[in-house]
Design a protein around this ligand. Structure first.
Ligand code: ATP
Ligand code: MG
Length: 432
C-alpha cells in the first residue's frame, strides 16, 4: 500500500518521558490520523485514493518530550477580543498544573509586546487559584496588543524566563508571528515548543471547521436583530440596519440571518451588490418597503468595500487593512435615496461589534475552549511545535501552521448561501 499523506507536525525531538496521565485517561493517541475532507473535495475528482491527505489527531501522548516537573509554560493573547479567550487561558493553566504538574505557568501581558523587555510588561504567574473564575468574564486577563515585534527579542525573553512551551492565542497575524518565532528558534537551535490556539470571531480560518467565540457571537446577534426588527416595525418605512463582524468572510452575518430570520437582506463580502443601479440594493429595498413598510438589513463589516470612492488603504499597527464603514455608508445612501423621492424612511443603525467581542463565551464555546486548551497542552508536552489545534470535521487535530492558508469564505453558489437566500428572500443577484 502506498504511504499515506499524513501532515505530521514538526517535533522537537524524541519523546522519552512517561506521561503522568497514565492512570487518569482512557487512552493515549500516538499518531493516529483522520482524512482531511476539505482538500480532497469530492472523491470523484481525486486522481486516486492515495491522494487523500490526513491530519494527526490531537490527544494525550504516552511519551513526552519534556519532563513535566521541569517545564515552564508561557501564554500570550494577541489581536482583537473574542469570547472564550479567558476560557482558553484557564484550560491551559489547569491542564498544565493539574494534569502535568508543570513547574510554572507565566502569562505574558499585552500580546507579543509582553515578550519584549523594553516594554516592561512583567509576566504574571498563572495558577489554578488565580484563573479559577476567569471564564466568567469576557475579554482577556492577559490583555492584548497589535504591532510587529522583533523575533530575537521575543526569544531572548523566553530564554530569560526559561520558557519551554509558548502558547499563542490569536488570529492569522499571531500565527504568522508564531511561525516566525519557530523559524528563529530553529536557527538558534533552541528546543522551545510553540503551539497556537487559533482565534477568529469571523470563523474564517481555512481547514478549521469552527473557531471559538463564533457561536457566542452568532447567539449575541439574535437579540440585536430582534431589536432592529422592533425598531423597524415601529415606524413608517422603518429600516433596522445592523452591522456585524466579518472582515473578509460573512459567516457571522449569514448565520445570524439564519438564526433570526427577521432579516430581509444579508450583505456579505463574498457577494457583491450595487446600490443605485436597476435591481441594485436600494431599488430592491424600496420594493420591499412598498410591500411591508419595514425591513431588517444585516451587513458584514467587510461587505461593499468596492462602493467607496476613496480607495486609500490605511492600515492598523499590525498591517491589517482598515475597512471603510459600510454601515454608515448604507445609512446615508438609504436616507438620500428616499429623501430624493420625497418618501419617508426611518433608518435605525446598530453597530454592536465591541458589545459582542467583549462577551464571555457561551456554554458550547466554553466547552470547545477547554478542549482546545487541553489538547494544545498534550501536543506541546509531546514536543510538537509550529502547529495549531483545531476542529476538523468533528475531531480535534494538529495542523502545521504553514497549512493555514486562504480564508474560509462563503461560496456564493454553495448550499449555505442558498439557505440564506431562502431565509431572507433577497434576490440572488443585486449586482449588474
Ligand atoms: P485578529 O483576528 O484580531 O486580527 P490577529 O492575531 O490577526 O488577530 P494581529 O494584530 O494581526 O491580530 O496580529 C497579532 C500579533 O501578531 C501582532 O503582534 C502582530 O505584529 C503579529 N503579526 C501580525 N502579522 C504578522 C506577520 N506577518 N508576521 C509576524 N508577526 C505578525
Ligand atoms: Mg488578523
Amino acid at each position: 500500500m502506498a504511504d499515506l499523506k499524513i501532515h505530521r507536525v514538526e517535533t522537537l525531538g524524541e519523546a522519552t518521558f512517561d506521561s503522568p496521565l497514565k492512570d487518569s485517561i482512557v487512552r493515549f493517541y500516538n499518531g493516529e490520523a483522520i482524512a482531511c475532507n476539505d482538500r480532497t473535495k469530492e472523491l470523484g475528482k481525486l486522481e486516486s485514493i492515495s491522494d487523500i491527505e490526513y491530519f494527526e489527531l490531537a490527544g494525550p501522548r504516552e511519551k513526552l518530550f519534556f519532563n513535566p516537573a521541569e517545564v515552564t509554560v508561557g501564554i500570550v493573547t494577541c489581536g482583537g477580543l473574542c469570547p472564550g479567550l479567558n476560557d482558553v487561558i484557564r484550560a491551559l493553566t489547569f491542564c498544565c498544573e493539574e494534569s502535568y504538574g508543570v513547574k510554572r505557568v507565566l502569562g505574558f501581558k499585552y500580546g507579543y509586546e509582553g515578550l519584549v523587555a523594553k516594554y516592561y510588561h512583567y509576566p504574571i504567574e498563572l495558577t489554578t487559584d488565580n484563573t479559577d473564575e476567569i471564564h466568567e468574564k469576557g475579554g482577556t486577563i492577559l490583555k492584548s496588543s497589535r504591532g510587529r515585534q522583533d523575533d530575537d527579542e521575543i526569544i531572548n525573553t523566553l530564554v530569560h524566563y526559561g520558557v519551554d512551551i509558548l502558547f499563542t492565542i490569536g488570529g492569522d497575524g499571531t500565527q504568522r508571528g508564531s511561525r516566525d518565532i519557530v523559524a528563529r528558534l530553529r536557527e538558534r537551535n533552541l528546543p522551545i515548543s510553540v503551539v497556537g490556539i487559533p482565534k477568529t470571531i469571523d470563523n474564517d480560518i481555512s481547514l478549521i471547521q469552527r473557531s471559538f467565540g463564533f457561536e457566542t457571537a452568532v447567539e449575541a446577534t439574535w437579540d440585536i436583530i430582534t431589536n432592529a426588527h422592533n425598531e423597524a416595525r415601529a415606524y413608517k418605512n422603518g429600516v433596522g440596519l445592523v452591522k456585524l463582524m466579518g472582515r473578509e468572510s460573512g459567516w457571522i452575518a449569514a448565520s445570524a440571518a439564519l438564526a433570526n430570520s427577521a432579516v430581509n437582506f444579508c450583505l456579505v463580502p463574498e457577494v457583491g451588490f450595487d446600490l443605485h443601479r436597476p435591481n441594485g440594493f436600494l431599488e430592491v429595498l424600496e420594493k420591499r418597503l412598498k410591500r411591508k413598510e419595514h425591513a431588517v438589513v444585516v451587513v458584514a463589516e467587510g461587505a461593499g468595500q468596492h462602493l467607496f470612492s476613496d480607495h486609500t488603504t490605511d492600515t492598523d499597527k499590525s498591517g491589517n487593512k482598515r475597512l471603510k464603514d459600510i454601515g454608515l455608508l448604507l445609512k446615508d445612501e438609504i436616507n438620500n435615496h428616499f429623501s430624493s423621492r420625497n418618501q419617508e424612511v426611518n433608518v435605525k443603525y446598530f453597530d454592536p461589534s465591541y458589545n459582542i467581542r467583549s462577551r464571555r463565551a457561551n456554554a458550547n464555546d466554553s466547552m470547545y475552549c477547554l478542549q482546545l486548551g487541553n489538547n494544545a497542552v498534550h501536543a506541546a508536552m509531546a514536543g510538537c511545535t509550529n502547529m495549531i489545534v483545531g476542529m476538523h470535521h468533528g475531531r480535534l487535530v494538529h495542523l502545521p501552521i504553514d497549512m493555514i492558508g486562504d480564508r474560509k469564505s462563503i461560496e456564493p453558489r454553495g448550499w449555505f448561501w442558498q439557505t440564506v437566500l431562502q431565509a431572507t428572500h433577497q434576490p440572488t443577484n443585486m449586482m449588474n
